[in-house]
Design a protein around this ligand. Structure first.
Ligand SMILES: C[S@@+](CC[C@H](N)C(=O)[O-])C[C@H]1O[C@@H](n2cnc3c(N)ncnc32)[C@H](O)[C@@H]1O
Length: 211
């Protein structure tokens, strides 16, 4: 018997994704309804929390920010609302990027697989990188931190907002501990709080400073 699938139930599948291809197909299909399901119906909290965390450590204005895994642009909208105006977004789903373009907050958008290391982006070219909701099962994996940190200027910031289920999986905290103990980053904020209140999902916000 086939399972009935509502048009707005993409979230229930999001934590069972296990490969990059499955994840890409998931977001290609979700792009048109993501903002309603996540932003409007379920009070997605991480974009605002991450923008506020960056604001606590880096001045708003024209600092150059890469919103990595920008999706439909909810994270960029929150950064713009916090006063940041020089935003670039990237994602591996062209459909999500199309939606992001309609928000009018990004100067540039480009397609990339963040697990491949951002090979076309210059070293130390951004003041900050944000990764909001992108570290997760079958999504962006802990080792992608290396490429994301490579493109941040020394003294710049890396802001991560993620659901606590993936944090508890363990690979990302282990990677962050390893980067901290090797002196590559300094962890300056780690806050627990709402991720997606409409689904009672909690999450973490981290701000890492590149040494
Ligand atoms: C939950 S959405 C978050 C989007 C946006 N940052 C937000 O907060 O609304 C996760 C995004 O990560 C993107 N993504 C997942 N894996 C990726 C990868 N390996 N490379 C690039 N983008 C990826 C998806 O296409 C999707 O747009």
């Amino acid at each position: 018997m086939s399972k009935r699938r509502d048009a707005d139930d993409h979230f229930s599948d999001a934590y069972s994704l296990s490969s990059a291809d499955e994840t890409l197909q998931h977001y290609r299909a979700w792009a048109a309804t993501y903002d309603k399901e996540i932003g409007e119906d379920n009070d997605y909290a991480q974009p605002r929390r991450c923008a506020e965390a960056l604001h606590a450590v880096a001045p708003a204005g024209s600092i150059r920010i890469l919103d990595a895994g920008c999706g439909t642009g909810l994270s960029g909208v929150a950064l713009a609302a916090a006063g940041y105006s020089n935003l670039t977004g990237c994602d591996f789903s062209p459909e999500m990027l199309e939606q992001a373009a309609t928000k009018g907050v990004y100067r540039t958008l480009f397609e990339t697989d963040l697990n491949e290391g951002l090979a076309n982006v210059d070293d130390e070219s951004y003041d900050a990188v944000t990764a909001v909701g992108v570290f997760s099962f079958g999504h962006v994996l802990a080792d992608a931190c290396d490429g994301l940190l490579r493109v941040i200027k020394p003294g710049g910031h890396f802001v991560i907002g993620l659901n606590e289920k993936f944090w508890n999986e363990g690979a990302l905290p282990a990677k962050i501990d390893q980067l901290s103990s090797s002196g590559f980053i300094q962890e300056i904020i780690r806050e627990h709080g709402d991720h997606l209140p409409g689904h009672q999902v909690m999450g973490w916000v981290l701000v890492l400073k590149k040494c």
